[in-house]
Design a protein around this ligand. Structure first.
Ligand code: FE
Length: 201
C-alpha cells in the first residue's frame, strides 16, 4: 500500500496573489509529489511500507542510517499540514478557546504574530515555523529542514514553510514579506482551532 499525495484543499490559483499558482505548481506538484515518490521507493518491500505516515516518521526519527526515509516521510507530513494551515481569504485573528489561550500564553495576538514571524524569518536556511501545544502551553518553535514537532512530544497546530521553494518565485529573497502576507492573508485559524480542540479534548 503506497503513500499517496493528498489533494490540495483548494485550487492552485486560490492563494494568489500572496502565493501564486506557479509556486503551487512547483511546490505541490513537484516538491511535495517528489517526497511522496521518494518515500515510496525507499520503503518498498520493507516493514515500513504498510505503516502509517506518522508511524514511519516516528520509527526512523533520530536514526542516521534512515535519514533519507525520515526526510522524505517528514516532508510529506509537513507539506500536507502546511496546505491545511492556509486558506483563501485567510488571515485575521483566531476566535474562541484558541484566541483566549493565545492571549494568555503570548500576551496578545499581536505579540504572537511577531513571535511567529520572527521564528520564520530567523530560521537559518530551510525549515519551518510552528505554533505548537507543548504540554499545556502554546509555543512558537522553528525546525530545520524536515524536522517536526511530533517527534519532540509537541502537538502542532499550524505551520509555515520557510524553505526558499515556498516563496522564492513570489518574493525572491524577501522572506519577511512572505511571512507577513502569510499571517495577514493566508493563515487558517479554523484548522488551528480544530487541532487545538482535538489536543485539549
Ligand atoms: Fe516546502
Amino acid at each position: 500500500m503506497a503513500f499517496v499525495l493528498p489533494s490540495l484543499p483548494y485550487a492552485k490559483n486560490a492563494l494568489a496573489p500572496y502565493i501564486s499558482e506557479q509556486t503551487l505548481e512547483f511546490h505541490y506538484g513537484k516538491h511535495h509529489a517528489g517526497y511522496v515518490n521518494n518515500l515510496n521507493k525507499l520503503v518498498e518491500n520493507t516493514e515500513l511500507a504498510d505503516a502509517s505516515l506518522e508511524e514511519v516518521v516516528k520509527a526512523v526519527a533520530g536514526d542516521a542510517s534512515k535519514a533519507g526515509i525520515f526526510n522524505n516521510a517528514a516532508q510529506v507530513w509537513n507539506h500536507t499540514f502546511y496546505w491545511n494551515s492556509m486558506k483563501p481569504n485567510g488571515g485575521g485573528a483566531p476566535t474562541g478557546a484558541l484566541a483566549a489561550k493565545i492571549d494568555n500564553d503570548f500576551g496578545s495576538y499581536e505579540q504572537f504574530k511577531e513571535t511567529f514571524k520572527t521564528a520564520g524569518v530567523g530560521q537559518f536556511g530551510s525549515g519551518w515555523a510552528w505554533l505548537v501545544l507543548d504540554g499545556t502551553t502554546l509555543k512558537v518553535t522553528k525546525t530545520a529542514n524536515a524536522d517536526l514537532p511530533i517527534v519532540h512530544g509537541q502537538v502542532p497546530l499550524l505551520t509555515m514553510d520557510v524553505w526558499e521553494h515556498a516563496y522564492y518565485l513570489d518574493y525572491q529573497n524577501r522572506r519577511p514579506d512572505y511571512a507577513q502576507a502569510w499571517l495577514d492573508n493566508l493563515v487558517n485559524w479554523d484548522f488551528a482551532s480544530e487541532n487545538f480542540a482535538k489536543a485539549t479534548a
